[in-house]
Ligand binder design. Sequence first.
Ligand code: NAP
Length: 315
Amino acid sequence: MKILVTGSNGMLGSDLVQELLAQSYEVCGLGKSRNRHSRISYVQADITNRQSVLESVSRLKPAIVIHTAAFTDVDGCEQDSNRAFSVNTEGTKHVVEASNACGAPLFLISTDYVFDGEKKGLYRENDTPKPISVYGRSKYEAEEFLKSHCRSGWIIRSSWLYGENGKNFFRTILQTATKTRKLRVVNDQRGAPTYTKDLAKGLRMLVEKSNRISGCRVYHLANTGTTTWFDAARKVVSQAGWPVEVEAISSQDLKRPAKRPMNCAFDMSKIKTDFNIELRSWEEAFADYWTESLEKESHVLIASKPSAQAEGKKG
Ligand SMILES: NC(=O)c1ccc[n+]([C@@H]2O[C@H](COP(=O)([O-])OP(=O)(O)OC[C@H]3O[C@@H](n4cnc5c(N)ncnc54)[C@H](OP(=O)(O)O)[C@@H]3O)[C@@H](O)[C@H]2O)c1
């Protein structure tokens, strides 16, 4: 079965390509820059260009499309809303149209940022989205278009992604922690850091139930358990063993262009009930990410920049 991954060069897209190849699927990719994978067919296309997307997808003839391509810089979206809506909303419309044209079911990867974060409990799939940022609105409008226009399209919302192939919170904390003895990290946003390798595996399992894909459905899928950015940062520092203090601050202290939802915690019982899919805890996933990627990166960082942290570790 041939599966098209849009955004195949991205953080999730890269792990998804590897997960699908490992299970012997025929994989093709679509992205804006040059292909970064071997063993896949690839088209370089800008999803904001309708004609280009229609032609590319009809040439590739996928049986299933997994749409991960997006403008994901949340503050960048706030500062350039034209680009955010053009890529995330209009781009998705083109992918929906192209998937309909070749009869391929579509999985749209969406986000916890479609919610305002005001709910006290866990967000269920049927809670009403109320995005508070341009990024969240642009993704929500993409969801709404898919619901009304896609013959067979499912929306999979995930949260707080990190992985080997992209800029992410844990990596940023590690890099910043080599340069300072004190980090200030927000302690009032709660969510589930999700390892893109785990999400890729969950998506592949969902694809395997593809004989049951019809109509439109929404699912929440992330690593289980929740934390705050502050506690997640403390985990990185403690794994590195560096003498860095992590200070808790509020979102208001950190003046960023885009507002973030305070609560991003998902109820994921629907995907468990329907498909018996449940990702492991975020702590277990992070432990693997540490040994698979960050530990080595921490050694390189220390070696390339003799610092107070290196001194601290010796002592
Ligand atoms: N990051 C998170 O915390 C998070 C949380 C929840 C949901 N999500 C969703 O999960 C998905 C994957 O996120 P990610 O963090 O893995 O994304 P990412 O690393 O930023 O990758 C996004 C990919 O989209 C491609 N892309 C961007 N603009 C494009 C355009 N105009 N035309 C064609 N391709 C374009 C890029 O392609 P090139 O590299 O080829 O330029 C890039 O590889 C996104 O849909 C995002 O909304 C992300």
